[in-house]
Write a protein of this length. Structure first.
Length: 178
């Protein structure tokens, strides 16, 4: 007697394909490395994308404490935060703070207030901004700032400065936000 083989049913064919995919997927996933298996600080930053590095760093506040800054009249960088450059200039008898976009041609938006020698002024600005353009010995700035082209992140800039005639003093906190 001769046995004839018949074609498998569609249900059997689909179940076999599903079985092979399931077994192959498990074998493939078994070769991947999970985040728990990576030792902290074992991957160099140059091996990661810029977005991955920024996500790992998170928003860290920049604390500023500068004493006896010479009154040289030049602009000096204080910090860079989310596409915003923060500068100061110490000249006898004044101190100035500047906010500028890091990308040429970008718009910088600022909202808040500053006080020159105790006189409070509200500020709403766009593009580069000088805070404290008058003749003063103390300057306190409390603003939020963001850029149009950058990461669209609001930063809180809270700075205080004074000028003793020959030297300036700066205290403050710059907090990158979300």
């Amino acid at each position: 007697m001769k046995l004839r083989s018949r074609a498998p049913s569609p249900a059997l064919a689909i179940s076999l394909i599903a079985l092979f995919v399931a077994l192959g997927g498990g074998a493939y996933a078994g070769g991947l490395i999970s985040g728990r298996q990576i030792v902290d600080h074992s991957i160099a930053a140059k091996k990661l994308t810029a977005a991955a590095v920024n996500a790992l760093q998170g928003a860290r506040a920049i604390s500023l404490h500068k004493d006896e800054i010479p009154a040289d009249g030049l602009r000096h960088a204080l910090a860079v935060t989310h596409g915003i450059l923060v500068y100061y200039r110490c000249e006898s008898p004044r101190i100035h703070f500047y906010l500028e976009p890091m990308i040429f041609g970008d718009d910088l938006f600022v909202s808040g207030s500053y006080a020159e020698d105790g006189v409070l002024t509200s500020v709403q600005g766009q593009r580069g901004l000088e805070l404290g353009p008058g003749a003063h010995r103390t300057l306190n700035v409390d603003v939020i700032a963001w850029t149009r082209q950058g990461p669209h992140t609001v930063s809180h800039i809270d700075l205080g400065g004074s000028n003793s005639g020959d030297h300036c003093y700066i205290r403050g906190l710059i907090t990158p936000g979300t």
